[in-house]
Design a protein around this ligand. Structure first.
Ligand code: UD1
Ligand code: CA
Length: 419
């Protein structure tokens, strides 16, 4: 779909967040709302993305950088006015433009694709994403004729009592023919209850010209949820959590508790791996088959675990590449490390990877046994088949097959405690 352009509306204020930060740079699973909206367009195959920014635009530009083009909306005069600010990027172009909202972050890329495909297939000049709500209050209502054709959108504040009974609502996501959108935008006015230039007025304008418009009803209503306050931010995080976790379970991963397992985007987990409760797995992590993770494990960025690896309770790992069959069963921090196969990392072992200035690496070979409460002061390399005595602080490399002991000898003072 190389001809399709996307516009992400991101000029809104978001006062209900009660935050110094722009609403759109708040995060769900470590990723800003506006970045999610842009990535959803990209994943739907749209490369050319324009962000309409205004209020706190510096914050949004800091997040999106030069991955998008910008249109500036100086004054918030409505959604139609917002799109008009992107006019210079649309003029002379043919094909479709998709309009998205920066605060609607968990829309599925497949839904965007379906909207574009239906629009092309049915030769519509405007195709809206709509939903059926039991409580449609506040939303724009979809006006259809007896034949079911979409004729207009009426905003809640402008609707008659009869129109307010309509349960089909405008999700605020659209696919337009570029040329006819520009033509229609030229004739919208702010003559309505809110004194705004409504993008939604374009539908009636097109119909008056005899241009066909239509709608796609979203199957999963949670996709079109927006974020206006921090309660909704948590709700959407929860919805995404259930969606991501369900997908892993469909692929054969066992998740004991869907509610307390926090798997970020783009994580790969092999079949028959078991994830115990209160586990967090950050974006980009790879976990093999037949692994056991948690409870209370924290798998941070850059981890790559082979098959049959065990990461137990109260274990944090970061940038750890761990080979098959290795176990880190309890109370450890393993960061910036490579660990071979069938090695056992004793309880309380930590990599001292940071000296206050630099991060250094720890390498441990295959078939090794690291005794409990060992400090591995990086950079340090332990060979294959090594054995480290419990309580050691390892500062020097350990050769293959060696036993390393690095602690004070114990002294027993006989009868000392009788005094
Ligand atoms: C809009 C739709 C409504 C729909 C609802 C779905 C219009 C007139 N109405 O209403 O039919 O049911 O979304 O949520 O479009 N924005 C700007 N600049 C502006 C105004 C808005 O960038 O001048 C952005 C907002 O930041 C937001 C999006 O556009 O991301 C939608 O604006 P919002 O004010 O939330 O529209 P609603 O009144 O909810
Ligand atoms: Ca809204």
């Amino acid at each position: 779909m190389e001809d399709t352009i996307a516009i992400v509306m991101a000029a809104g204020k978001g006062t209900r967040m009660k935050s110094k930060k722009s609403k759109l740079v708040h995060q769900i699973y470590g990723k800003e709302l506006v970045k999610r909206a842009v990535e959803n367009a990209r994943k739907a195959g749209i490369d050319d993305v324009i962000a309409v920014v205004g209020y706190q635009k510096e914050q949004i530009q800091a997040v999106l950088g030069d991955t998008v083009k910008y249109a500036i909306q100086e004054e918030m005069l409505g959604t139609g006015h917002a799109v008009m600010q992107a006019k210079k990027y649309l003029e002379g172009k043919e094909g479709k433009v998709v309009i998205l909202s920066g605060d609607v972050p968990i829309l599925r890329p497949t839904t965007i694709k379906a909207l574009i495909e239906k629009s092309i297939e049915r030769k519509e000049y405007a195709t809206l994403l709509t939903a059926i709500y039991d409580n449609p209050s506040g939303y724009g209502r979809i006006i259809r004729d007896e034949g079911g054709n979409v004729k207009a959108i009426v905003e809640h504040k402008d609707a008659t009592e009869m129109q307010k009974e309509i349960k089909e609502i405008n999700a605020g996501i659209y696919c337009f023919d570029i040329k006819e959108l520009l033509n229609a935008l030229d004739s919208i006015t702010s003559d309505n209850a809110q004194g705004e230039y409504y993008l939604t007025d374009v539908i009636k304008i097109m119909n008056d010209k005899g241009l066909k418009t239509g709608a796609v009803i979203v199957e999963d209503n949670t996709e079109i949820l927006g974020v206006n306050d921090k309660i909704q931010l948590e709700l959407l995080t929860r919805v995404l959590r259930l969606r991501i976790n369900s997908e892993h379970m469909r692929n054969g991963v066992t998740i004991e508790d869907i509610n307390t397992t926090y798997i970020y985007d783009d994580v790969e987990i092999g079949a028959d791996t078991v994830i115990h409760p209160n586990t967090t797995i950050k974006s980009g992590v790879k976990i093999g088959e037949d692994c056991e993770i948690g409870p209370n494990a924290y798998i941070r960025e850059g981890c790559d675990l082979a098959n049959k690896v065990k990461i137990g309770s109260f274990v944090e790992i970061k940038k750890a590449k761990i080979a098959e069959g290795t176990k880190v069963p309890h109370l450890s921090y393993m960061g910036d490390c490579e660990i071979g196969a069938k090695t056992n990392i004793g309880c309380g072992t930590i990599t001292c990877n940071y000296d206050g200035f630099n991060k250094s690496k720890t390498i441990i070979g295959d078939n090794s046994f690291i005794g409990s409460n060992t400090n591995l002061v990086a950079p340090v390399t332990l060979g294959n088949d090594t054995f480290v005595a419990a309580g050691s602080t390892i500062t020097d490399d350990v050769p293959d097959y060696a036993l390393a002991i690095a602690r004070q000898r114990q002294i027993n003072k006989e009868d000392w405690n009788k005094k």
